[in-house]
Design a protein around this ligand. Structure first.
Ligand SMILES: Nc1nc2c(ncn2[C@@H]2O[C@H](COP(=O)(O)OP(=O)(O)OP(=O)(O)O)[C@@H](O)[C@H]2O)c(=O)[nH]1
Ligand SMILES: [Mg+2]
Length: 247
């Protein structure tokens, strides 16, 4: 069980590989479920508050989730540079430690706040509320929230975002949607990144898309490379299609 978010399994499936783990979880299963429900209920209330704040100011909040290193910050760096002057942006960065990603975003000239979660494995709605209160966000803008690199826990925590974009890269294997279905089920967009590496790695793009749609039939999917720029226009078109017209 994760010590920070209480994201223990509600039921435990074991495959017998000659050893047994999880007996203690089964014994204490009831307590784990109660803690999880309390934490998520409080989070959902704060997420609703964030959502109201964003809607009231016509701010499009996009939660970027992925495993570590799939290219979230690189995607933002390129996007913020390419679309500078056409749309108004701000960024919240989530990492356990360091301000490395905030420094990279700051270098593009974009307003950014770094949240360090310490031992925490995800952002929650309270952290985002706190960050937003100090940011003086512009109305009619886009707020990117780069979550902690983790394909598990961030799936459970609504931040009040309108869109959730899960990024996978071609070096991670095409079976990720099947292994981590919650993340793909709760996302509205899937970005398959690092397509420039396809000649060098064994990654079946069609299979990855098939698995993702198996988990979430309405998931939109964009293939791109932040490095070569191929497919970036599809992402920009998607972004522009989601920007709400000013009230
Ligand atoms: N070849 C290739 N490399 C990429 C691409 N996008 C990102 N990278 C590289 O992938 C590595 C990780 O990129 P980041 O943008 O830091 O990944 P991240 O998802 O923000 O990582 P965390 O914040 O640590 O979870 C860096 O070395 C990037 O240069 C791409 O399209 N192609
Ligand atoms: Mg990053």
């Amino acid at each position: 069980m994760c010590a920070t978010c209480g994201c223990g399994p509600t039921s435990h499936h074991e495959h017998d590989h000659g050893h047994s783990h999880g007996t203690n979880h089964q014994k204490t299963g009831k307590t784990i479920v109660d803690v999880e429900q309390d934490i998520l209920q409080e989070n959902n209330l704060l997420a609703a508050r964030n959502r109201g704040f964003f809607e009231g100011r016509n701010i499009l909040a996009i939660n970027l989730v992925s495993s570590p290193g799939s290219g979230k910050t690189t995607l933002l760096e390129r996007t913020l540079t390419d679309l500078k002057g056409t749309l108004s942006f701000a960024v919240i960065e989530g990492d356990q430690q360091t301000a490395n990603d905030a420094d990279r975003i700051h270098a593009t000239g974009t307003k950014v706040t770094q949240i360090n979660t310490g031992k925490g494995c995800h952002l929650d709605a309270h952290m985002v509320l706190h960050a937003v209160q100090g940011m003086k966000l512009s109305a009619d803008s886009i707020l990117f929230i780069e979550n902690v690199g983790n394909l598990v826990c961030p799936a459970m925590f609504d931040l009040g975002e309108q869109e959730r974009a899960v990024v996978i890269s071609v070096t991670e294997g095409e079976d990720k949607p099947l292994k981590y279905p919650d993340m793909f089920h709760t996302s509205t967009l899937c970005i398959i990144n690092k397509t420039d590496l396809l000649p060098y790695v064994k990654f079946n793009v069609e299979k990855a898309k098939e698995y993702a749609r198996q988990v979430n039939p309405s998931l939109e999917i964009i293939e791109l490379s932040c490095t070569s720029g191929e497919g970036m226009q599809l992402w920009y078109d998607w972004l522009k299609s989601k920007v709400l017209t000013p009230a």
